[in-house]
Design a protein around this ligand. Sequence first.
Ligand code: INI
Length: 163
Amino acid sequence: MGEYSAADEPLDGTGMRIAVIAARFNDHITKPLLAGALDTLHEHGVTGDVPVFWVPGAFEIPLVAKRLASSGVYDAVVCLGAVIRGDTPHFDYVAGECASGISHVALSTEVPCVFGVLTTDDLDQALARSGGAEGNKGCEAARTAIEMVALLQRLPSPARQGD
Ligand code: INI
């Protein structure tokens, strides 16, 4: 295998076990993200129950992602939220901790945790990316999850400690 990209093959989520986390904060945005993610997972062959775990806000996503990713039950976790800058300094803390927390969970568990969290300057930008003119970030996150699971299935397993 000289070169491999899961994106060169049809996305096939058959048999994949994928969980979704969605933040209630700004749920007029996260509900369409969730609908897009679930539709996309089903369209690409992820069958049966896709569990959805709601959390209060984006800041809470990493802890739940860690529990799900380290359970051994899921091949990937799709994380959905909407952090809107508005005029609160809270934005940088919430968005930054959410992003770095999700990344940390993926790296430490080796389970793809997809960042489907909108971080926008205003509500219009969030609306545009949750099913409006700029598409739906939830669909994109679902596709990324399937692609990453397929890619990881092709990669060598990590060496055991001491080898
Ligand atoms: N949570 C969000 O998901 N989006 C936001 O825009 C947001 N803002 O702006 O404050 C937000 N705050 C709540 C935060 O995620 C936590 O739920 C809260 O701080 C309790 O830990």
